[in-house]
Write a protein that binds this ligand. Sequence first.
Ligand code: SF4
Length: 400
Amino acid sequence: MTLAPNGNAQGEASVPLHAWTPRALYIHIPFCTNKCFYCDFNSYVVDGQPVDAYLDALEKEMEQTARLLPPETVRTVFVGGGTPTVLDPRQMARFLQAVARHFPIAADAEFTMEANPGTTDPAKLEAMLAGGVNRISFGAQSFDDKLLAAIGRIHEARDVVNSIANARRAGFSNLSIDLMFGLPNQTLEQLADSVSRALELDLPHYSLYSLKVEENTLFHRLYERGELPLPEEDVEVAMYAHLRERLGAAGYDHYEISNFARPGFESKHNSVYWRNEPYYGLGAGAHGYARGIRHMNIKGVQPYIEAAARALPRLTTDPVSVREAMEDFMMVGLRLRQGVRRADFAAQFGGTEPEDVFGEVLTKLQSQGLLEPFGEGEAAGYRLTERGVPLGNEVFGAFL
Ligand code: SF4
């Protein structure tokens, strides 16, 4: 059978994309060793948490999901959190066995697990490998120990280096690390040093994020009191420019606003989100998108466990209007440096062209020098200009 780029049979091309069965699976493990000062993710300090009962509940959600929306071959799996690697080797093995029991995973699927430095010993890495994981994304954030402590991370720079070495020894080669910039009191020199240390690891993929001060975090409370010494805006702009320059010079393709990869190592799972394609979302607080409906699961661990015993543990279930889906398509698609193709937009929305819906916005953004057309015919589309890249949020917001 010939497959369209999203993994569906080409004969299905006239069906609106969001009606198709997801080929991507996200699973959330909401436990962490501690709570970082900037974190608003759905994560809880693992001490005293009912981890095994949570894994039981997760399996119940897998069963119910597979019954209600029977999976076809899954091409990408992403286990995020939280810190999935706080599971011990036994829990890791049983969790991954459950995933394989309920979802048919393609032999060449990209199977990513998030990890924190210092949480991956050889026994756990072995369980991950045996369970099908073939890509690890480590939350390194910085190679400056003082900065790491100041943002509430419990690892040190050397833990990152050791964790990467352990992962390589265990047989993982598809590895990524996250780095953060715009941290309190962070200087451009400190960032430059972290980038050098990160590049010494010679990884195929790097994700680079600026700190966002989110509500309900310690950093937000400090910020409100004027006690969070963030770098000035021009310094943060210079940091992003520095990251782009260094990663580019080292041969990495800046394929998405925050992501850099060697050819062939772009995140396939995240590309599903950026192309606005459907995905299963399981676990406490997880989001999913299938058959034109977005859902968010119940966030608390115990409420999630109790709800999953009865039915799908949903907090919200919202049908997505065509207009909303179009806005999402443009906003997430333009994060990719290759931009959005007009033909892909038309395929998702029954032949409608982006200009039919966003004509004025597209013209305005082009006149501002933030967006540019590319290609011809089937390959034609829109992408951010060089000038538009650091102003991406402004561009994405224009489609709402
Ligand atoms: S490790 Fe990640 S998910 Fe856990 S508290 Fe820190 S930032 Fe949040």
